[in-house]
Design a protein around this ligand. Structure first.
Ligand code: SAM
Length: 320
């Protein structure tokens, strides 16, 4: 695969101009092959992800906001409720986290969405700007184009940081944790979500199980961290402690459900709306792909109702 020189640029919009893709703040990083692949696939996945995964990942948001200390009347800092403060949502995708946070807070607050995909950031900007007019005495919204692992944001700027299913797409998740720590104010909380491992997450279990049983599970892909590592509380606790976080909490959100009508729909969502799993499916020969689809149909027929898709929400506090 040709390597991409990704030009990351800080774009912070006080009002609602179209997102500019290059500014003087560009940091022009050359990324690793894993991040290159993620970038290409997320850029093209926006509609399929939004329709296929959006209603599912949104179900983790109330727990995510709660664990980040973000509550109805403000941000909980060191046990004290202060007025609605500043929230950064990293790997914002279509923008569900800030949408829910603003709705929860009612009025006021400063919100920043960060993503490395201009297409996702544009969708988040369009949605949120249409829903929440940006007037000085109410909600302040900003959009930052940049890498979660080297955020183009100043230190100690946020009361809370969230990331909903972002961490599992990073080549260097520890760098994201360190960056979250850097941009948080003392006393602020980070909360992030990740998928529970299969077989608990039935959507992954069906698709990965069908590839293992009927296709080729060993498609060569750029090396990346284990996809389900943040489902493991011990791994989470180690990583958050290493980054300096205290008061760590790990909660399973086990009521999340995915309403998918058919095996073919499930296959298409993974093919068009993901990054790593898409490459696994694309790496099958025609014969293997047909065998995988047939196996998936067979497995899908054996079950009833919505797919269970539990998530693990982890959080920690930057000490005062
Ligand atoms: C699985 S989606 C999650 C979207 C949204 N937070 C949600 O809850 O549905 C992953 C998002 O991470 C973004 N992303 C992946 N790698 C990134 C990186 N290195 N820096 C910033 N964003 C990244 C993608 O562009 C995509 O929007």
């Amino acid at each position: 695969m040709t390597r991409l020189a990704l030009k990351f640029a800080l774009v912070v919009t006080a009002a609602w101009p179209a997102i500019a893709l290059s500014t003087s703040a560009s940091c022009g990083q050359e990324k690793d092959a894993f991040t290159d692949l993620e970038y290409v696939n997320w850029q093209r996945a926006v509609d399929a992800y939004d329709k296929g995964f959006g209603p599912l990942t949104s179900q983790a948001v109330p727990t995510l906001l709660d664990r980040a200390g973000f509550q109805k009347d403000g941000v909980l800092l060191s046990g004290m409720l202060k007025e609605v403060g500043s929230l950064l949502d990293v790997a914002c995708g279509p923008g569900q986290v800030l949408d829910a946070a603003i709705a929860l807070a009612g009025s006021g607050g400063a919100y920043t969405a960060l993503d490395f995909s201009p297409n996702f950031l544009r969708l988040a900007q369009e949605r949120l700007s249409a829903k929440y007019p940006n007037t000085p005495d109410r909600v302040t919204l900003k959009f930052a184009l940049g890498d979660a692992q080297a955020m183009p944001l100043r230190a100690a700027a946020f009361d809370a940081v969230t990331s909903n299913f972002g961490i599992l797409h990073l080549s260097d998740p520890d760098a994201f944790l360190a960056e979250s720590y850097r941009v948080l104010k003392p006393g602020g909380r980070l909360a992030f979500s990740a998928w529970a491992a299969p077989p608990a997450t039935e959507g992954f279990d069906l698709v990965l199980g069908a590839v293992n049983a009927a296709g080729n599970p060993n498609v060569p892909l750029p090396a990346g961290p284990p996809f389900f590592q943040y489902a493991d509380p011990a791994t989470v606790r180690r990583a958050l402690a290493k980054a300096g976080f205290v008061d760590v909490d790990v909660t399973t959100v086990d009521w999340m459900e995915w309403h998918v009508d058919s095996a073919d729909e499930l296959y298409e969502i993974f093919l068009e709306g993901t990054a790593r799993t898409r490459e696994l499916l694309r790496g099958q020969t025609e014969t293997e792909a047909e065998a995988v689809r047939e196996e998936l149909r067979r497995r899908f027929r054996e079950r009833r109702g919505a797919l269970r898709m539990p998530a693990v929400v982890s959080s920690g506090q930057k000490p005062l």
